[in-house]
Write a protein that binds this ligand. Structure first.
Ligand SMILES: Cc1cc2nc3c(=O)[nH]c(=O)nc-3n(C[C@H](O)[C@H](O)[C@H](O)COP(=O)(O)OP(=O)(O)OC[C@H]3O[C@@H](n4cnc5c(N)ncnc54)[C@H](O)[C@@H]3O)c2cc1C
Length: 534
């Protein structure tokens, strides 16, 4: 049976960072196990290939939720399933969260995770096209860039944001104030920079690093309270690998609590009713799931601006594709969202509690199994969400069969904080589009439409027409207490030689999109592991 010092499960954002760091010592052998295949689909590299990748089962997992909301709909929580994981199919917005997020994480009893340490991790991993500064790095593996918009609508959005008191910034990661700017994105010269591009591909030829593709891990093998390896299937055959130092789960906030539960680590009652023998009764495995619930607003434009005219027809798509092929420019080279803003829902708050992302195009309602379709008439879209929701859902096993669906309880808008803040987020989004100069561009709101006015109608619209942020955290949260799933060094409580390093270990939401934060978190986790091994 193959034997390695470290077995890392999941070659997503965190897994790629860890594989890079741990294999940098040639004396250490590392196995990186990934359920998906190589990241060779050409749509991964093209920034606007995003919509197609989300619906494709060869590049994405689709986890159905429990029915929820007034229409009792089921939605699919999508995750990347290829080298790079979700960073290979995500929206590429580069965001780091606020100083106060990390300082709160440290105050919760997690030493070493405060802003000063995390800023060092960020500046080490970044290769920021704006150059190095006190807040930015320019020599790291993760390329970050920003582009000016290619449509006049976008300048109007920025000008209108400043009318609402938000500062226009070239690099909005430099500040935690109310601000707006062109999206910072993990894109280099019109090509996506996934975690695989940044951290894994450059080191794939290291002789001490082995990558096992198409290998689905079902459970961690535990012996006498110690993790000794993993078991699963590779191309339909059974697969097993041993770890002499550690097994590290980096399968993301949905699959990691699933694998722990399948391995007998989780809430005893849930495990028993699923038919799994209990090894460690760890009540919060799969609990404390926090997620951004995203509001969607769409508008019909008064003039023929935005990308719809070009991107909704076959001829236009071919023109854009040709421009992309020959110059790596144009709408297909830019991130799916062009503008990002952060604002306060109440002036007395000490920092923004809401985020918006604006796109100069609009889409038809999503049909399952089909890629997102652009509307033929001119339109634009804005999504927005509460930065730090405190409603908590859960992700639990329904069966000992690894192929059985999970029970995902979204529990959106369960707290008074989330409901009242969400309503203000939505009203501020509308205010932006009702303020000059942007207001002059708008003919009418098409989604959700003027009939949505009362607080409850707004919440219901968020539940029925909104979307998940794809930023779930908390399902294996770190903390100092016995019932926290992992300790502040991310070691799983109740067993030895088993760690979790991915989005699931965050107990509280980082303010914004998560790819940057998970990259820095994994970099920091590697610091701890290297220190411990020294
Ligand atoms: C559609 C979408 C859009 C997003 N947009 C943005 C954005 O614009 N900006 C941003 O900052 N963040 C964005 N995010 C969030 C961000 O990409 C994720 O939070 C981050 O990538 C999570 O990293 P991770 O390492 O925790 O998990 P992942 O990157 O999801 O990696 C998990 C890996 O484990 C593998 N795996 C799962 N189960 C198994 C198993 N049983 N055996 C073996 N391998 C397994 C998966 O295939 C995957 O490769 C988006 C996410 C999605 C899904």
């Amino acid at each position: 049976m193959p034997r390695f010092d470290y077995v890392i499960v999941g070659a997503g954002t965190a897994g790629c960072v860890l594989a890079n760091r741990l294999s940098s010592d040639p004396g250490v052998s590392v196995l990186l196990v990934e359920a998906g295949d190589a990241d060779t689909n050409p749509l991964i590299a093209m920034p606007r290939g995003f919509g197609e990748l989300l619906g494709d089962p060869t590049t994405a997992w689709h986890y159905p939720t429990r029915p929820f909301g007034p229409s009792r709909q089921v939605e699919y929580w999508v995750r990347g399933k290829t080298l790079g994981g979700s960073s290979s199919i995500n929206g590429m917005v580069y965001n780091r969260g606020n100083r106060a997020d990390y300082d709160a994480l440290e105050r919760l009893g997690n030493p070493g995770w405060g802003w000063d340490d995390m800023l060092r991790a960020y500046t080490t991993i970044e290769d920021n096209a704006l150059g190095a500064s006190e807040y930015r790095g320019a020599d790291g593996p993760l390329h970050v860039s920003t582009v000016d918009g290619t449509d006049p609508l976008l300048e109007d959005v920025l000008a209108t944001g400043t009318q609402l008191g938000w500062r226009r910034m070239r690099d909005y990661n430099e500040s935690d104030e109310e601000r707006i700017g062109y999206a910072m994105a993990t894109i280099r010269n019109g090509r996506r920079v996934s975690a695989a591009n940044a951290f894994l591909h450059p080191v794939m030829d290291r002789p001490n690093l082995t990558v096992a593709l198409r290998t689905l891990v079902g459970r961690v093998v535990l012996e006498g309270g110690q993790a000794i390896g993993v078991q699963g299937r590779q191309d339909g055959q059974s697969f097993e690998a041993l770890a002499t130092r550690e097994v590290i789960l980096a399968t993301g906030s949905i699959a990691t609590p699933k694998i722990l539960q399948l391995s007998g680590i989780g809430p005893a009652d849930t495990l028993r009713s699923a038919g799994v023998d209990v090894v460690v009764d760890s009540p919060n495995v799969g609990a404390r799931a926090r997620e951004h619930r995203v509001f969607l607003l769409q508008f019909r434009l008064a003039d023929d601006l935005g990308y719809n005219g070009l991107l909704s027809t076959q001829a236009g798509q071919q023109e854009a594709a040709e421009q992309y092929r020959t110059s790596r420019r144009g709408p297909l080279a830019t991130p799916p969202c062009d503008i990002v803003g952060f604002f306060k829902t109440h002036p007395e708050l000490d920092r923004p509690d809401a985020q918006i992302q604006v796109m100069p195009f609009s889409v038809l309602p999503l049909e399952p199994g089909k890629p997102l379709q652009i509307e033929p008439e001119p339109g634009m879209m804005c999504i927005g969400f509460i930065l730090r929701p405190d409603s908590e859902g859960s992700i639990h096993l329904t069966s000992a069969d690894p192929d059985a669906p999970l029970d995902i309880d979204t529990n959106y808008f369960a707290t008074e904080h989330d409901r009242t803040t969400a309503v203000e987020v939505f009203r501020t989004m509308r205010r932006l589009f009702a303020t000059a100069p942007l207001a002059q561009r708008i003919e009418r709101e098409t989604v959700p439409g003027d009939e949505v006015q009362a607080d409850q109608e707004i919440i219901d619209a968020g539940l029925t027409i909104g979307a998940p942020g794809y930023h779930t955290i908390g399902t294996c949260a770190m903390g100092p207490n016995d019932d926290d799933v992992v300790d502040p060094r991310l070691r799983v409580r109740g067993v030895t030689n088993l760690r979790v390093v991915d989005a699931s270990v965050l107990p509280i939401m980082v303010s914004g999109n998560l790819n940057g934060p998970v990259s820095a978190l994994a970099w920091r986790a590697a610091d701890f592991m290297v220190e411990a091994a020294a």
